[in-house]
Ligand binder design. Structure first.
Ligand code: SF4
Length: 332
């Protein structure tokens, strides 16, 4: 694994059994994540984007082993996460944290801010009482809450403040990697940028690495160094933020991009409308999963799945219309 890569995912799959087919012959599976390769450099943010139900959150939780993947490997700080025994995995959890989408449901309504942020230190038995209290107070202030608010309950806070509590709870263990699972999508638009800016400041000051999951390309554009676009359990395009936003190559990325509003009323973008919903991952279309909705599909698309190809240095696209060098295992 290259020195500055913090997290390397290879061939990751998460299949859920979904009963048998008619006459009970074949076991059927929901292929929530279907062979994902991903590398995240230390101190950087990979934005993972796609519509609801494409497998983004399942991928994030599989990487942290909050759910057990079906196949593949996850290497973090040189350790093979999926093969660690429970005791070592527990130790590693201090270094890998998650911030969930809905801060209210992720908080215990009976615990104060102080108790909430202290709970991971209690669970891992870190430090004595005084050390824990100091750590908790420091991190609460660090995320922009005050000491006077320390003994209040979640319902006494706004959505943005509750998300600050969640961030403080994740930070108190001093992780190096955080999966941010739609961390601002439940917040009012007016406070989204405050929370995003806070997360970026924290990343700069503490050298954190993020996997930032969002259905919103404009949010991903704001925070990411690299962007991976996911459709029905697979990565269909991956590149630097600049490459993705200046030269989107996959028709799905182009369609997502065309839906981003442009603030300048005089400037119009060519609009690509996606027809229909994302097909069921229980019965995904043969060939290219996207062919049932793709405005550029050709006959070959229904018969053959495209592999990721490097179409320009560091820019990977899975589409028959794009030419380039095919991906080797774990390369993208
Ligand atoms: Fe569209 Fe075919 Fe490319 Fe898939 S492979 S994105 S269906 S053109």
């Amino acid at each position: 694994m290259s020195g500055d890569i913090l997290l390397q995912v290879k061939g990751l799959k998460k299949y859920y059994p979904a009963g048998s087919s008619l006459f009970g012959r074949n076991q059927r599976y929901v292929k929530a994540v279907d062979g994902v390769d991903l590398a995240i450099r230390r101190g950087q943010t990979v934005g993972l984007v796609g519509e609801s139900g494409c497998g983004k959150s399942t991928l994030g939780k599989s990487v942290l082993r909050l759910i057990e993947p079906t196949q593949g490997s996850v290497e973090f700080e040189g350790q093979d996460v999926l093969r660690l025994p429970p005791k070592k995995m527990r130790e590693l959890r201090k270094r890998m944290q998650i911030v969930f989408q809905d801060p209210y449901s992720a908080l215990n309504p009976r615990m104060t801010v102080f108790e909430t942020v202290r709970s991971p230190l209690d669970a891992f038995g870190i430090g004595d009482r005084q050390t824990r209290e100091k750590k908790v107070m420091d991190v609460i202030e660090y995320v922009g809450l005050s000491r006077q608010q320390m003994h209040r309950y979640p319902h006494e806070f706004s959505g943005g403040q509750r998300q600050r509590m969640i961030i403080a709870r994740a930070l108190v263990l001093e992780p190096s990697f955080i999966v941010c699972d739609e961390p601002v999508s439940a917040l009012d638009v007016s406070i989204r940028s405050q929370v995003l800016n806070l997360m970026q400041d924290i990343q700069r000051e503490r050298g954190l690495t993020y996997l930032f999951i969002s259905h919103d390309l404009s949010v991903v554009k704001h925070v990411s160094d690299q962007v991976a676009v996911m459709y029905l359990g697979r990565i269909v395009e991956q590149a630097s933020r600049t490459q993705i936003f200046s030269n989107p190559q996959h028709p799905y990325t182009q369609a997502l991009m065309s839906a981003i509003p442009i603030p300048d009323a005089g400037h119009r973008r060519q609009h690509t409308t996606l027809e229909g919903d994302v097909p069921s991952p229980l019965d995904p279309p043969q060939g290219c999963h996207f062919h049932t909705r793709c405005p550029q599909a050709v006959p070959r698309c229904a018969a053959q799945a495209p592999c990721l190809r490097e179409t320009e240095p560091g820019h990977w696209t899975a589409c028959h219309l794009c030419s380039g060098t095919p991906q080797k295992e774990g390369q993208a």
